[in-house]
Design a protein around this ligand. Sequence first.
Ligand SMILES: [Cu+2]
Length: 140
Amino acid sequence: MTAHFAEGEIGLDKRRNIWLFTPWLVVAILVVCSITLFAPQVALAHAVLVSSQPGVNSTVTGPEVAVLLKYSSRIDLEHSTLTLLDPDGKVVKVAIESEPEPGLLTAKLTGLAKGAYVLRWQVLAMDGHVTRGKVPFQVK
Ligand SMILES: [Cu+2]
């Protein structure tokens, strides 16, 4: 192809045509790329746990443990629940204290004896999707 461009008028015309449509080609490629890049993220607008305190499989000091759950999107507090499975296998509902910033939940666990616990969460994201997960941790 490049050899033809150097061969006089026809080549120059072709080159001019290529220059004319190249910006559009670039724009088209960018549009296609951004659609493929952002489409999965739009589909995943539901809340995914980004970080947690206590951390997954971490060991913390009792008997009071502050809970901080950070999600990838804003959530609906009214339709979100936290429960705690204690070392005896008992499940207790945990009150969500606040949402100091969008997607951040806080709660306080009190009276935790030494042992293995599982904090289970279920949240409703603003896109209407419910996600759930668990944070196992140890109290020393
Ligand atoms: Cu979703």
